[in-house]
Design a protein around this ligand. Structure first.
Ligand code: GLA
Length: 484
């Protein structure tokens, strides 16, 4: 559609455009109105930066994970929902094979790069890398960059950054949607989710596929249970007597920074757990596959058995490289370089106190069970679903805090504030190490909770200056083209 014509429709609140903005945002009128204003602004920036011309508008949402933390890269399911915070991109075709981009916020410096078979990344931490990772992911999928047309894009995002709500996945997915739309190509959404799931590896993060999958596959009004390898989804209905409140601790969990190394370390500890448990099951030290799920599915009789085996086979203390080498019957050099390795090829040095293998494995298996239990509960017909699901969320937080050690003082304080205010369940969400908590609260009680949590957490932490700390989210629709 011509940018000027689209802008005129948005300005006139034309029912055809408002309907689209409402439908992707679970019919929330205030969110649709905000999206309308953001788009008018983004089109204005586009016309100033590039030209008034044919454009498409694509959108990709962030997500909040309700339960199932750090399970995805272990081959176990997660249960997230897409949120009404998203990335909107206004994009137009360029005549060459160059991708040029700008942000509505000028401090996010724009740039451009040429489409080629192997696109060199910008420096670590550059936001343009998320556009590059999307482009590279699509090129790897097609096996060639030939015939791919360049584009110009203006991006407006309102997913809080480094908050555990997947702003980077929303960005990557939106960029991929823009590239597809401008090139008139389509990819089945589940296949696209598989392609984009690997895209974080481009920025050195050995993550699983949850964030990109839910951004693409989210359904308005529902959360999803997502299984991996290969990606499969099931719709899950939230308890009708509950709302979802998300609170930002304001501790930054930057994927390009502090959180990356800690996250990658967890993936390595899980890999060591897999190799030790697999070896102790009497199988030769396998190199691949290296997911705890493979051990669970092939060498245990279910959750109880798996948890028992972890308790008896692994030691409580941290594992040194020497201990790993002895247990696996390999050289220390091999253990250090080939076992303590992320799937992005990064060697993780032995941390002080050793690799925490037992606790990590216990978290993964117990968390996977909680996801299965949550789905059975929420899609079943028992009474008191909110209380029962809330309890599982509380248990998940305790496990994330004590066994997976991905919480921090601020996240724990927010969880306690949520519980003290009367939530059914409260837990950290996303990778951890900062970012957000998610609370299952009684329906319609949002304003009351927001006030109480403000008083219990934000005021004493001197964070009352932030206007945008707490969000009530309804499950939003996954990514796609809004206007073309
Ligand atoms: C990040 C990763 C996901 C997932 C979560 C933790 O968001 O990108 O793949 O591992 O952390 O559950």
């Amino acid at each position: 559609m011509n940018s000027a014509a689209l802008k005129a429709k948005l300005e006139a609140k034309d029912p055809s455009v408002m309907e689209v903005l409402l439908s992707v945002n679970a019919q929330a009128a205030d969110v649709a109105e905000e999206a309308r204003q953001r788009l008018i602004n983004a089109i204005t920036v586009y016309e100033k930066t590039f030209a008034s011309e044919e454009v498409v508008v694509v959108r990709a949402p962030g997500r909040v994970n309700l339960i199932g933390e750090h399970t995805d890269y272990n081959g176990f399911p997660v249960m997230p929902m897409a949120i009404s915070r998203d990335m909107l991109i206004v994009a137009g075709a360029s005549k060459d094979n160059v991708i040029s981009f700008a942000n509505v916020i000028p401090s996010f410096q724009g740039g451009s790069f040429t489409i080629e078979r192997n696109i060199p990344p910008y420096q670590g931490g550059d936001w343009g890398n998320y556009i590059k990772s999307a482009t590279q992911g699509l090129i790897d999928f097609w096996g060639t960059e030939e015939g791919l047309q360049g584009l110009k894009m203006v991006i407006d995002g309102n997913v809080p950054l480094a908050s555990g709500l997947s702003s980077s996945a929303a960005f990557t997915v939106a960029a991929a949607e823009a590239i597809l739309a401008i090139n008139g190509r389509t990819i089945d959404p589940v296949v696209l989710a598989e392609v984009m799931a690997k895209s974080d590896h481009y920025v050195g993060m050995a993550s699983g596929g949850m964030d990109q999958s839910i951004s693409i596959l989210g359904q308005a009004g529902k959360c999803l249970k997502i299984d991996f390898y290969p990606i499969r989804t099931k719709l899950v209905t939230l308890p009708k007597e509950a709302d979802i409140l998300v609170c930002h601790s304001r501790v930054k969990a930057a994927k390009a920074g502090n959180a990356r190394v800690a996250y990658n370390m967890r993936t390595v500890e899980c890999r060591i757990a897999y190799m030790l448990l697999h070896k102790l099951a009497g199988k030769a030290g396998a190199k691949e596959p290296t997911m705890l799920y493979d051990w669970f599915a092939n060498e245990t009789e279910g959750f109880d058995d798996a948890l028992n085996k972890i308790e008896t086979a692994l030691v409580d203390e941290g594992y040194t490289v020497k201990m790993i080498a002895e247990a696996l019957g390999v050289s220390e050099e091999y253990a250090a370089k080939e076992v303590c390795l992320t799937k992005t090829g990064e060697v993780m040095p032995e941390p002080q106190g050793g690799f925490q293998v037992k606790k990590r494995a216990r978290h993964v298996i117990s968390e996977a069970r909680r996801v299965e239990d949550s789905m059975a509960l929420l899609n079943g017909d028992s009474e008191n679903k909110a209380e029962a699901f809330g309890l599982l969320m509380d248990q998940s937080h305790a496990s994330c805090r004590d066994d997976y050690e991905i919480s921090c003082e601020e996240l724990n304080a927010l969880v306690e504030a949520g519980k003290a205010a009367g939530s059914y369940g409260s837990r950290l969400t996303g990778a951890g190490f900062g970012g957000c908590t998610v609370h299952l609260i009684p329906k319609g009680k949002g304003p009351e909770f927001i006030k109480k949590i403000h008083e219990a957490y934000y005021l004493p932490h001197d964070l009352d200056g932030y206007a945008d700390n707490q969000y009530l989210f309804a499950p939003a629709q996954g990514a796609g083209v809004l206007f073309k």
